[in-house]
Design a protein around this ligand. Structure first.
Ligand SMILES: *Cc1c(COP(=O)(O)O)cnc(C)c1O
Length: 411
């Protein structure tokens, strides 16, 4: 069986993890701080806070910005549920926006959703392709939209507009107009979950890049306090001589990253650009070269004049098929021992969001993308032979299913 996206766990990773285990310090400590420094260098973000998930990064930032009951947060209808859940956990209301042909939030459709309750927009860089950040910023900085913004606290007042919080769970290493994911928005949440292309098993980070009028040292401290029970000192500071006393200034969360996770991240990051991304690009190019020969295949765009993906998801679409036909094709691909996936079932199709009153009929592009989409395996250890197997499986499955469909229609 060719799996979908197993992590790359080799001797170097194992050695680093063993080193962390033997160091006597396994929770948040020197390796986590070093990983934050390296991530800041890599992304050029003002500050990085390492956390135990990408979701934690979004929740932390929403909380820092004072988002809660009565507030609205605009999210795409086409994303993983974490984007919406983070909003719900804060007691705020998710407002869904349809997406474009590139799978990302359709910026043209955002304006009509903005009210005086809108506090944040969470664009998602789906599959690793950055959203249209310039257009997003033009919108939230426009006079009309600024005049709607109703600040509830000092931080919101200082910003004076809707906050852009990127769900960058997929997009570390991606670029937009020469800038890295991590500095494209006011804050960006990365995920290092096991299936992501830079992993620490579980884990994530929040990249903070607020306008210059904000004090980033201070924000870093505030986020760290919030990420560890509201404690004014973390475990590492407490073990220093005489450092036992701390205060609690708010009921904070438990979001910190451990040094065991950071040790994996340090190895992953060091070889990310030259090794990981180069391999992923190679796989993307091969899929596109071969599958692109078929007139039924819509291969994903992973490079434009403005954007370069980090090749996170190879989101193939098949022209003109029904949802049922897509499901049959996936079944046939699995029959050939190849694991594929669908990114995503639009949120309005899921029970909880349906109960909230969302209806997928209002998100036609999300539904269309979903019905045609099949994500193919992309991972470091995928061999040339495996790539051939995947391509063959897709073509064979498509032909088999469509032949049956045609025969049925002819009856
Ligand atoms: C994986 C993912 C997340 C959540 O990341 P975790 O680290 O698992 O919390 C959020 N958004 C999207 C789009 C994701 O794919």
């Amino acid at each position: 069986m060719i799996p979908f996206s197993p992590p790359r766990v080799d001797d170097r990773i194992v050695e680093e993890v063993v080193d962390a285990l033997k160091s006597g310090w396994i929770t948040t400590g020197p390796k986590t701080k070093l990983f934050e420094k390296r991530l800041a260098e890599f992304t050029t973000a003002s500050k990085i806070v390492c956390l135990n998930s990408g979701t934690a990064g979004m929740e932390l930032m929403l909380s820092w910005f004072g988002v809660g009951e009565g507030d609205e947060v605009i999210i795409p209808s086409y994303t993983y549920t974490a984007t919406a859940n983070a909003v719900v956990h804060k007691g705020a209301t998710p407002v869904m926006c349809d997406v474009g042909d590139d799978f990302n939030i359709d910026v043209n459709k955002i304006e009509s959703l903005i009210t005086e309750r809108t506090k944040v927009i969470i664009p998602v860089d789906v599959g690793g392709m950055p959203c249209d950040y310039d257009e997003l910023y033009s919108l939230v900085r426009s006079k009309k939209i600024r005049s709607l913004f109703t600040p509830n606290n000092e931080r919101q007042e200082l910003l004076g507009r809707v906050l852009i919080l990127a769900d960058a769970a997929h997009s570390i290493g991606a670029k937009y107009k020469g800038q890295n994911s991590g500095v494209l928005a006011d804050a960006s949440a990365f995920s290092f979950h096991a299936v992501k292309n830079l992993t620490t098993a579980e884990g994530g980070a929040l990249a903070v890049n607020m306008p210059d009028r904000f004090d980033h040292e201070r924000i870093y401290k505030e986020l760290n306090v919030k990420a560890l029970h509201g404690q004014t000192k973390d475990a590492f500071a407490k073990v220093k001589k005489g450092g036992w006393r701390y205060d609690v200034i708010e009921p904070g969360y438990k979001y910190n990253m451990t040094d065991i996770l950071a040790s994996i991240g340090l190895v992953e990051l060091e070889r990310y650009e030259e090794d990981t991304l180069a391999k992923r690009r190679y796989i993307f190019d091969r899929y596109t070269k071969e599958l692109g020969k078929n007139d039924w295949a819509i291969t994903p765009t992973y490079e434009t004049d403005d954007k370069i993906s980090n090749y996170h998801l190879y989101m193939l679409r098949i022209k003109g098929i029904t949802e049922h036909e897509r499901n049959l094709i996936i079944y046939e691909i699995y029959e050939q021992d190849v694991a594929v996936n669908v990114h995503y079932q639009p949120l309005p199709m899921l029970t909880y969001y349906k109960k909230m009153g969302f209806n997928v009929d209002h998100y036609p592009k999300a539904f269309e993308n979903y019905t045609h989409e099949i994500s193919l395996p992309v991972y470091y250890d995928l061999s040339d032979e495996d790539i051939d197997t995947v391509i063959n499986a897709v073509v064979t499955a498509y032909e088999k299913v469509m032949e049956k469909s045609r025969a049925q229609k002819a009856v």
